[in-house]
Design a protein around this ligand. Structure first.
Ligand code: SAH
Length: 217
């Protein structure tokens, strides 16, 4: 098992207090973030900064999302016990771990082979049952659809139609949309056919871009 020292637990509690001060009120999300050792999801050379509220580099030129971003997206997603959640952009697996702690049945897609392999092994090692896919998140995971919730953790130029199709009626999608300037959106798929989705806006944000096609090396 990877270590989780008293000092690291203390830093994590402090991080959660700071998230509360920044306006995160969802108790389940705060509890999950207090429980999951974020430092496990990054290189040990960066552990000194693991509980700072910042994005940090991981493999394949990608980043582990900033704690306040993970807290915001997880809160907006309104996850309930047993829900089927699709995540696009597995990356480090940290957001995946938080979704698992929230009681979701998680399906997560990553396009970078190196990250997919490393993170799949890590999630298994630390005991999460998330189903990891190597693939193009634009296509979703049709054979496991429909999903109660979909979370995109990279910046999408637009809302992918395939993902809307894989969302249950009444389901929610949380997605940063835009090219350079991204905006966090929450989209509610209507229960009745023929109605327009409801779109709520939650301000500007920054993510690595959502790109097409699997990258094998
Ligand atoms: N949730 C992750 C965020 C990682 S950054 C974490 O907390 O660590 C976003 C990730 O999305 C990157 O790993 C990137 O490779 C991946 N990504 C970008 N476009 C994608 C696509 N079309 N399909 C799947 N993953 C994609």
């Amino acid at each position: 098992m990877i270590e989780d020292t008293y000092a690291q637990k203390g830093q994590r509690e402090k991080m959660c207090k700071q998230l509360q001060e920044k306006g995160i009120t969802n108790g389940a999300v705060l509890a999950a973030m207090n429980k999951v050792p974020r430092h496990w999801y990054m290189d040990s050379a960066l552990w000194f900064h693991a509980y700072d509220d910042q994005a940090l580099p991981i493999l394949c030129d990608q980043t582990i999302s900033q704690p306040s971003t993970v807290a915001t997206q997880s809160s907006l997603l309104q996850v309930e016990q047993g829900m089927k959640v699709l995540e696009v952009g597995t990356g480090s697996g940290y957001q995946t771990a938080i979704l698992c702690e929230l009681g979701a049945k998680v399906f997560t897609i990553e396009r970078q082979k190196g990250l997919y392999e490393k993170t799949k092994a890590l999630l298994q090692q630390v005991g999460y049952r998330a189903k990891c896919f190597l693939g193009d998140g634009y296509k979703g995971a049709p054979s496991y659809a429909p999903f109660d919730r979909i979370i995109i953790t990279c910046g999408a130029p637009e809302v992918p139609q395939a993902l809307m199709d894989q969302l249950k009626p009444g389901g929610l999608m949380v997605i940063p949309v835009g090219d350079n300037e991204m905006e966090m959106l929450r989209i509610a798929k209507p229960v009745a056919e023929g109605e327009e989705p409801k779109v709520e806006r939650f301000g500007n944000c920054k993510f690595v871009p959502m790109l097409g096609k699997v990258k094998f090396r």
